[in-house]
Design a protein around this ligand. Sequence first.
Ligand SMILES: Cc1cc2nc3c(=O)[nH]c(=O)nc-3n(C[C@H](O)[C@H](O)[C@H](O)COP(=O)(O)OP(=O)(O)OC[C@H]3O[C@@H](n4cnc5c(N)ncnc54)[C@H](O)[C@@H]3O)c2cc1C
Length: 453
Amino acid sequence: MSEKMIVIGGTAAGLSAASKAKRLDPSLEIQVFERSGYISYGACGLPYFVGGLIDEPEDLVSLTVDQVTNQRGIPTYIHHEVTKIDREARQVTVVDLDRNTEQVYPYDKLVIATGARPIRPNIPGVDAQGVYCLRTVEDGIRLKRAVTAQGKKQVAIIGGGFIGLEVAEELALSGLEVHVFEMLPRLLPFLDESFSTAVLNVLTSHGVQVHTGAAVEALLTEDGAVRAVRTGDGAETPADLVLLSIGVTPNSELAAAAGLELGVKGSIVVDDGMRTSDPAIWACGDCVQMKNRVTGRPCHVPLGTTANKQGRIAGANTAGGHDTFPGVLGSMVTKVFDLYIAATGLSLQQALEAGYDAVSSVVTKGDRASYYPGGHDTRICLVLDRKSGRLLGAQAIGGESVAGRVNVFVAAITCGMTVEQVNELDLVYAPPVAPVYDPILIAASQAMKKVEK
Ligand SMILES: Cc1cc2nc3c(=O)[nH]c(=O)nc-3n(C[C@H](O)[C@H](O)[C@H](O)COP(=O)(O)OP(=O)(O)OC[C@H]3O[C@@H](n4cnc5c(N)ncnc54)[C@H](O)[C@@H]3O)c2cc1C
């Protein structure tokens, strides 16, 4: 008799798991249950949908329910919420949200890919009309509708993380007055301080008003709708649209209620093969705990790249494989107006907190031959262990090329290279794409000066 597998959550991690498992073991009877009205969507594109660069929500979707169900042979149900996992009976309770009916489905193997959700701060006015989050396609549709509605002029974005800043860019480009409130003294605080200043400058030069060291205490309302944001210093900033963007928390309540082990920030503990504390249950994506590849310590870094890879690994292993997930460096890239920002590995503060005798080194270098038109300055910050010279982290800001350059550092950190070894890399050169001494080599050679002799 064929085995039954159930996947909870139908986006990056869940559908990767279902597709991989079905490909490896076509005899598996797999069902996917998704609470929202969309599957297989790129949440990463939502800021650009809200800003109008992407027209339709369907443009963000890679696979439809029909394609997954009929072409891949994986019956997939939207508006179906799993409300309980019964580990003893090996069954899940599913509510059909359209019909308001409940049904129980048995499983031999279960994959939890429930992702994460935006954190809602516990402040007055947070449930008022005009207050939004951005996570699902439906969130994006609601926010875009509000942004394009007549009369909406002033936007307050609470949280200066990369999602908040991407939306700030898009809404400022749409002509709205945008304020960003960041509780910490600077934006993107994992970056070198001078990089945070560069991000602040590019935002303000495009008209975005940034309030750092500004904890929002209350959202002031009138007739149930938000009208202003009040910060700790008592200042009130008018806002008729508020986006909450202060981070996410794993959707691990189902797992917790089922007695599965939880770890960092309430994420689900899994082994290298994405198996939870119950051998019949795997978990993957933003709902699980990960291992930091530099420190070896548990962490929770919710990113789409990771979710897709973990989903494939969970899927392969439910189909009898022995794949392993090696952990994360937290590699990220984003763009704020014309400034690109990329980072990987540990920031200086993280490295010091992890017990390294760490030091950082910052250089600025053009990303093309100096005589070739159109280049940008690239600023690179390397974080290294002072004694061994081992590279622990890297950050870069500048033009589009920072992504590729940081990816080189990703490889270097993964291989445990020292800055001296990075300095010896045989990198490419041609005037339109790189100077003879690439910014990577300049950064490494400068960082070598900080290594203890
Ligand atoms: C605006 C934005 C921009 C981003 N940009 C980037 C980027 O540039 N690069 C990057 O790497 N990452 C980015 N991310 C993060 C990336 O989107 C997530 O890491 C990724 O979506 C995680 O995938 P997941 O499948 O683990 O979880 P999710 O995408 O959260 O999917 C989980 C799904 O499970 C469903 N679900 C939850 N509970 C239940 C239940 N009980 N029953 C049924 N269904 C349930 C949810 O409805 C959801 O659809 C961005 C995220 C956002 C919101």
